[in-house]
Design a protein around this ligand. Structure first.
Ligand code: NAI
Length: 344
């Protein structure tokens, strides 16, 4: 089996080569992203393996079908970059639903601690033998209220970690989990209540039409003054312009962003010798109370191994049985009760 692997990075190859070789799958690595311009590279392959910023739109799907490419294997959980409605009935789409919720939740907490205890500032200061503490006052997480939007795999691990710090949790989910709300330290509330009462807000829901710009001018207005915003989920959950305005007006006390709406052009690449052609991102990065990491939350050894192992299992299962438990379709969109691939 031959798979065209798009947006390949050096850290992808060891684990994919290992699991591929063990199972007779040859991955051909392309550094370029999958787009309408690059889709021709998939000619002669059985499938494509793509990541978060590859484009799987109608035109790309049509071209893949013309070339008899049968499967799109996402090596990630989110699938907002795939036109699932168009893919339905045309090409099979597989994904890795979970590879390490700990990796993402721990990164969110790392960003939060870095921000509120000014570790990013201290690191630079002490390297310059500047041992002054001026401007370094942080705040305790203990006793603070954290609002968690999306209480799936990652959101729940994040909640566990926050509880370990002694934080009170206000949760919001379109499909609340039956066993999470304890009526005391963890409570499901309305979005408005979450915005109103949270000192920290962390986003762990998928990007959908409903959640697009869930953090915008209107919702930010409802928040506490000085709220800390964490986004390790998807960039377009946050209206970056509105965030910038709220930071300037001091409504938002700090923002920690692992994702950005227009990230596909910049993230994962080295632009250090260039003038950044995105004023909003450049302005956000220039703020002392904003920390940006470039979609790095997933990047742990454990997650990389799990991603490769599950992607290989998905491909083996699909090509052996024509079905895969991790297949997505337009109707179910990955819902828990519909992961059989039979609805394709
Ligand atoms: P999950 O599917 O286990 O949980 C998502 C939760 O969001 C579910 O409980 C679902 O009911 C809820 N939800 C769906 N629609 C909602 C809405 N309109 N409002 C509120 N909640 C809603 O997904 P998981 O594994 O926890 O991942 C969450 C997100 O994290 C992914 O969608 C992905 O975008 C992001 N992610 C980011 C990574 C990174 O490296 N920064 C890596 C992996 C995932």
């Amino acid at each position: 089996m031959k798979i065209a692997f798009f947006d390949a990075k050096p850290y992808d190859k060891p684990s994919f080569d290992k699991y591929g070789e063990m199972n007779g799958i040859v991955f051909k690595y392309f550094e370029t992203k999958l787009t309408e311009d690059t889709v021709g590279l998939a000619e002669g392959f059985d499938g494509v393996c793509v990541f978060v910023n590859d484009t799987v739109n109608a035109a790309v799907i049509d071209r893949l079908c013309e070339m008899n490419v049968r499967v799109v294997a996402l090596r990630c959980a989110g699938f907002n970059n795939v036109d699932m409605k168009y893919a339905f009935g045309r090409i099979h789409v597989l994904r890795v639903p979970a590879y390490s919720p700990y990796a993402v939740a721990e990164h969110a907490l790392a960003l939060l601690l870095t921000s509120v205890r000014r570790i990013h500032k201290a690191f630079i200061r002490t390297r310059d033998y500047n041992f002054s503490l001026a401007g370094m006052t942080g705040f305790d997480l203990h006793g603070k209220t954290v609002g968690v939007i999306g209480t799936g795999r990652i959101g729940r691990v994040f909640i566990d970690i926050c509880r370990g710090f002694g934080m009170r949790v206000l949760a919001y989910d379109k499909f609340p989990a039956a066993d999470l709300d304890n009526g005391d330290t963890i409570r499901y509330v309305s979005l408005d209540e979450l915005f109103r009462d949270s000192d920290i807000i962390s986003l762990h829901c998928p990007l959908t039409e409903e959640t697009y710009h869930i953090i915008d001018e209107v919702s930010l207005e409802k928040c506490k003054r000085g709220v800390v915003l964490l986004n390790t989920s998807r960039g377009a959950l946050v209206d970056a312009e509105a965030l910038l305005t709220a930071i300037k007006s001091r409504k938002v006390g700090a923002a920690c962003l692992d994702v950005y709406e227009e990230e596909s052009e910049f993230f994962f690449e080295d632009y250090s010798g260039h003038i950044l052609d995105d004023d909003t991102l450049a302005r956000l990065i220039s703020m002392p109370n904003v920390i940006v990491t470039s979609h790095q939350a997933f990047l742990t050894e454990e997650a990389l191994a799990n991603i490769a192992a599950t992607t290989v299992d998905n491909l083996l299962s699909f090509f052996a049985n024509g079905q895969c438990p991790n297949e997505l379709c337009y109707r179910c969109s990955g819902a828990e009760d519909c992961k059989t691939g039979k609805c394709f």
